[in-house]
Design a protein around this ligand. Structure first.
Ligand code: MBD
Ligand code: FE
Length: 294
């Protein structure tokens, strides 16, 4: 509850957080004997990172976003919530408002089809007992063959590689798209600048993001990361987890190609999702953060 005082409205939660963080900061300045110039360099860094809209990227790269996942896992366990597909970070590149369809979506605009493998992703959304969940909302987004995401990369068409697919009456979704290539931080950007000073790279393995939701179930934020990528277990954002590694299988059989209307071999990934039932008094799975929308 906020408290009105002569000087304005005090928010006790904000007050508590600021007092604590400043105490920890001052202690660090003392322990590490930071110079005034170092303190100002730090503030200038945040100014630059904010201006570049890279604070979400920095949070991923410093492991802060993954740490919040570990805390959410622990809170779930304490509330007696177990099972289901593991969560992993959203990352900073979601865009709301992608085109919606039922059962199937083609995600790519065809502009890379001549030089990138086609990828079919399919799976079923169920509860942990295997009961299918029709009409679940499966939001999918991923990078193109250069590791770039539409909207942030203005050279791509609107909502390229971003779709919302509702599962069909059998709980199934199918996406036809192109093989993503792993993301790398902008080399001249503020995040890579600090990663360089830490002796770290800024690369992610090839991956595909998901939000999966259905009435009565807990919303899942996750991704699969693709087997064989050299960064699979060396992700700068710490997002790869057991249970979230997918294998892209080469499909070359003529009958299979014909069945999918393809004239060249393609890759296939199965990614099934298990949603856990919502429960009273469980920690919320909604994360309130600023997101782009079109
Ligand atoms: C990405 O594609 C991503 O998923 C994260 C977490 C950070 C940067 C780019
Ligand atoms: Fe990503």
């Amino acid at each position: 509850m906020n408290v009105d005082t002569a000087t304005g409205t005090v928010n006790p939660r904000v007050q508590q957080i600021v007092v604590r963080l400043l105490g920890d900061l001052f202690q660090a300045i003392e322990d590490l004997d930071l110079s005034p110039s170092e303190v100002w360099k730090g503030l200038e860094y945040f100014t630059d990172a904010g201006k570049a809209n890279e604070l979400g990227l920095l949070a991923a790269g410093l492991g802060l976003e993954h740490y919040l996942d570990l805390r959410a896992d622990e809170a779930d366990a304490k509330a007696g919530i177990t099972g289901g597909t593991p969560r992993t970070i959203e990352g900073p590149l979601y865009v709301a408002g992608a085109p919606e369809s039922v059962g199937f979506a083609r995600m790519d605009d065809g502009s890379e089809s001549d030089h990138i493998d086609t990828l079919f992703i399919e799976g079923t959304v169920t509860d942990p007992e295997g009961n299918i969940i029709p009409n679940a909302k499966v939001e999918v987004w991923h990078a193109n063959g250069l590791g770039n995401y539409s909207f942030f990369d203005k050279s791509q068409s609107e909502f390229n590689l971003r779709r919302t697919i509702l599962t069909d009456e059998n709980g199934k979704y199918v996406a036809q798209t192109t093989m993503p290539v792993g993301y790398g931080c902008p080399p001249e950007g503020t995040t890579q600048f600090v990663l360089n000073l830490l002796g770290r790279h800024g690369n992610r393995p090839s991956h595909v993001h998901y939000f999966v939701s259905a009435p009565g179930y807990r919303k899942l934020t996750t991704q699969f990361n693709i087997e064989g990528d050299k960064y699979l277990w060396d992700d700068f954002a710490f997002a790869t987890r057991d249970g979230l590694v997918a294998t892209a299988v080469d499909v070359t059989d003529e009958a299979e190609l014909a069945k999918r209307g393809q004239n060249k071999p393609f890759k296939h990934i199965t990614f099934n999702v298990e949603l856990v039932k919502e429960k009273a008094d469980a920690p919320t799975t909604e994360v309130d953060r600023r997101r782009a929308s079109v």
